[in-house]
Design a protein around this ligand. Structure first.
Ligand SMILES: C[S@@+](CC[C@H](N)C(=O)[O-])C[C@H]1O[C@@H](n2cnc3c(N)ncnc32)[C@H](O)[C@@H]1O
Length: 260
């Protein structure tokens, strides 16, 4: 295999606008090498040629590299903190205009979970969710809103019963009223401008793949995107080392607030 990962990163950026330098290199390179071998191709240059000539391989590559694992109500204890401690604060501060961003939302499990929780406490017109991801394949799944029985296993039955209808033995369709609270769109956290004036940013299980520099840059940009009193909600293994330097107050584990 031609050992020119630098060349490969440049070509991938030209093709996809994904900057592989911002992702942890060892992990990312291992994944890419596995995919290249699976295609029985030798050398990054030959794989680049393949990506250029075959749109389906390019799509497969983006999907493979972005690691799309998600589930409804992932890490329940964190959702409980959101519901019991953070949501009442947001309600008090932002009233009927709560603006939420689910950044790197994958197949939609996360923004639908957010919407279920909020709709238990307020009218659906009181909050809006912008849900984004880099990978258009997962966004298509999210927009369709049809999920296999097994992906709903972690969701408390009160939500499952209320917000899903069985299409057949295997598939469950999300309630259209929930879908209307979410706007799905493609967004690259490393490139595109961030939305502003947000009450809540939920960004979980994606920053773990980024380098420290890229992560810190994003934490600062999230801070700028939050309205005063807004909250950032991270994944169960993620922390902001220098959150005070950026200006955040730590509300609870994995929840960081921009002061009022
Ligand atoms: C492991 S999933 C996390 C999904 C969801 N947030 C959760 O916690 O269940 C990571 C997601 O990050 C997305 N992603 C990776 N790099 C990204 C980038 N630069 N910009 C936006 N999304 C990205 C992937 O496409 C993938 O859907």
């Amino acid at each position: 295999m031609v050992n020119d990962y630098e060349y490969f990163k440049k070509e991938v950026y030209k093709l996809t606008k994904i900057d592989l330098s911002a992702y942890k290199e060892k992990q990312m390179k291992r994944r890419i090498d596995t995919l290249i071998m699976r295609h029985k191709i030798s050398g990054y240059d030959n794989f680049v040629a393949k990506l250029k000539e075959d749109e389906s391989v390019l799509e497969e590559f983006v999907s493979y590299l972005t690691i799309n694992v998600s589930e409804f109500y992932r890490n329940p204890e964190q959702w409980e903190i959101l519901e019991n401690q953070v949501l009442p604060l947001l309600e008090e501060r932002f009233g009927t205009g709560i603006k939420i961003w689910s950044a790197a939302c994958s197949t939609g499990d996360e923004p639908y979970t957010i919407s279920m929780l909020f709709s238990e406490h307020m009218k659906k017109s009181d909050y809006s969710i912008y849900a984004s991801d880099l990978d258009k394949t997962v966004l298509a799944v999210a927009q369709k809103g049809v999920y296999a029985k097994k992906s709903l296993l972690g969701l408390p039955s009160k939500y499952k019963d209320k917000y899903f209808t069985a299409a057949d033995e295997e598939d469950f369709v999300v309630d259209p009223s929930l879908k209307r609270t979410i706007k799905f769109d493609r967004h690259n956290l490393l490139l595109d401008p961030f939305p502003k004036n947000l009450s809540l940013i939920v960004c979980r299980n994606v920053l773990i793949y980024f380098t420290e520099e890229a992560k810190n840059e994003i934490f600062k940009k999230f801070y700028d995107s939050l309205a005063p009193g807004g909250v950032l909600f991270l994944g169960a293994t993620e922390q902001i080392m220098d959150y005070r330097d950026i200006g955040y107050i730590r509300k609870a584990s994995f929840f960081f607030e921009k002061p009022l």
